[in-house]
Design a protein around this ligand. Structure first.
Ligand SMILES: [Zn+2]
Length: 158
């Protein structure tokens, strides 16, 4: 007959390895689970990256919705999702809009960043609505970095 310890040794919520009782003071307790400090930090990093990515995806989805939105087709929107719209932190109207003769940076299909003159053409305006219009090359490069992450994630999920 075996009388076990009523409280099992805690197991790391991430690597599933036992956390030594002596190591508990080094461990992190969160949401009812114990984690090795390193494991927890790793998990937190991934969570942070996932959240950041989901923010980016939300932004992209929002950009697409705006472009396809009846607001931009000249019709009355059939139903505006007020709650969703309130969440929008940066409506495109607050994005930098170049004046004619100014230059803007734009991401090409192959990831190259090009500097275009703003001539207020349909193309210019569509790029702007899509969010692909940047004041500086650094901003365009930052966007490319985020979009690269999104694309890689999409390809992993297919
Ligand atoms: Zn662990």
């Amino acid at each position: 007959m075996q009388v076990g310890n009523p409280v099992p040794d805690p197991v790391c919520g991430r690597c599933k390895k036992k956390i030594e009782r002596d190591g508990l003071k080094e461990a992190v307790y969160q949401d009812g689970l114990w984690f090795h400090t390193a494991c927890h930090r790793e998990g937190a990093d991934q969570l942070f990256r996932a959240r950041r990515l989901s923010d980016v995806l939300k932004e992209i989805k929002r950009g697409v919705e705006i472009i396809t939105s009846p607001l931009f087709q000249g019709d009355e929107p059939p139903g505006v999702h007020t709650a969703e719209r309130e969440e929008m932190s940066t409506p495109p109207s607050q994005c930098w809009l170049p004046n004619t003769g100014e230059h803007y940076f734009l991401m090409l299909g192959n990831g190259m960043i090009a500097r275009f003159p703003w001539n207020d053409t349909d193309f210019d305006r569509e790029a702007w609505h899509f969010g692909n219009c940047f004041h500086t090359q650094a901003q365009a490069e930052q966007a490319r970095e985020q979009i690269t992450q999104v694309l890689h994630t999409l390809h992993q999920s297919w």
